[in-house]
Design a protein around this ligand. Structure first.
Ligand code: NAP
Length: 248
């Protein structure tokens, strides 16, 4: 059962938060899942075992999304074990926040390489396979900040705005081969990371959102599932905001 039955998906950065939510949702819908992590080996192995127990084939691989040849190796390893790669979700991302005055060159480069170059790396690496298959769905995890901007996040906002432009361009280049490329732009999603923030501040954020709550990884996973699946067969080059109406 499931709308992704028989499909193989690669998800970058799925040891926690949104990526983990997407991996779980995809497995529930029957997809085989290859997911990556940067350093959380133990968590990755536990998630791999949990996904395998859902009756699909799951594989956790340590792979740096910012590294071009590591992404090529990831695709190679996936193809050794699975026949196709139907879906790629570029989720791995980091923040190195700070006002421009204090933002170092290293803070800039790290964020651009991990959030934006990674999307180029993975799309390049998987392109040949999807062209041969004449099908594929690439979903890039962007952010509302890529459209709105945010003080203290110039590097992050630039990386996410870059993802949006890349997504629309790839959709135009590869559409004739039935390869779709879309982005999800989450707003404020409550994850383990945000659990450590001051509750009063978080409540103010929730109050400012039309739907009056932060999003969950599952909210983002459901929209990603739609874009990954054939249910969105006529949708490409779009940025879908999953933000409770934060951006209208
Ligand atoms: P998170 O909880 O910090 O998880 C990030 C994941 O990416 C982890 O699995 C991490 O692996 C992995 N990762 C980090 N650097 C990597 C690298 N170089 N190569 C491969 N994997 C790497 O993040 P999140 O909050 O779920 O966010 C996921 C995505 O959604 C990001 O692109 C983020 O920008 C975007 N987003 C999040 C929010 C939000 O409110 N949370 C809002 C808008 C957009 P390790 O555990 O091994 O470090």
């Amino acid at each position: 059962m499931g709308i992704l039955k028989g499909k193989t998906a690669i998800i970058t950065g799925a040891t926690r938060g949104i990526g983990k939510g997407i991996a779980e949702r995809f497995a529930e819908e029957g997809a085989n899942v290859v997911f990556t992590y940067a350093s959380s080996e133990e968590k990755a192995k536990a998630i791999e075992a949990d996904l395998n127990s859902k009756g699909v084939k799951a594989l956790a691989l340590k792979s740096n999304a910012a590294d071009y040849s590591a992404c090529e190796d990831l695709v190679k390893m996936t193809l050794e074990q699975f026949e196709t790669i139907d879906i790629v979700v570029n989720n791995a991302g980091i923040t190195r926040d700070g006002l421009l005055m204090r933002m170092s060159e290293e803070n800039w480069d790290e964020v651009i390489d991990t959030n934006l170059k990674s999307v180029f790396n993975m799309t390049k690496a998987v392109q040949r396979t999807m062209l041969k298959q004449r099908s594929g769905s690439i979903v890039n995890i962007s952010s509302v900040v890529g459209v709105k901007g945010n003080a203290g996040q110039a590097n992050y906002a630039a990386s996410k705005a870059g993802i949006n432009g890349f997504t629309k361009s790839v959709a135009q280049e590869l559409g004739s081969r039935n390869i779709r490329c879309n982005a999800i732009a989450p707003g404020f999603i409550e994850t383990e990371m945000t659990a450590s923030l001051d509750e009063k501040v978080v409540q103010e954020w929730r109050d400012a959102i039309p739907l009056k709550r932060g999003g969950t990884p599952e909210d983002v996973a459901n929209a990603t599932l739609f874009l990954a699946s054939d249910a969105s067969a006529y949708i490409t080059g779009q940025i879908i905001h999953v933000c409770g109406g934060m951006l209208t």
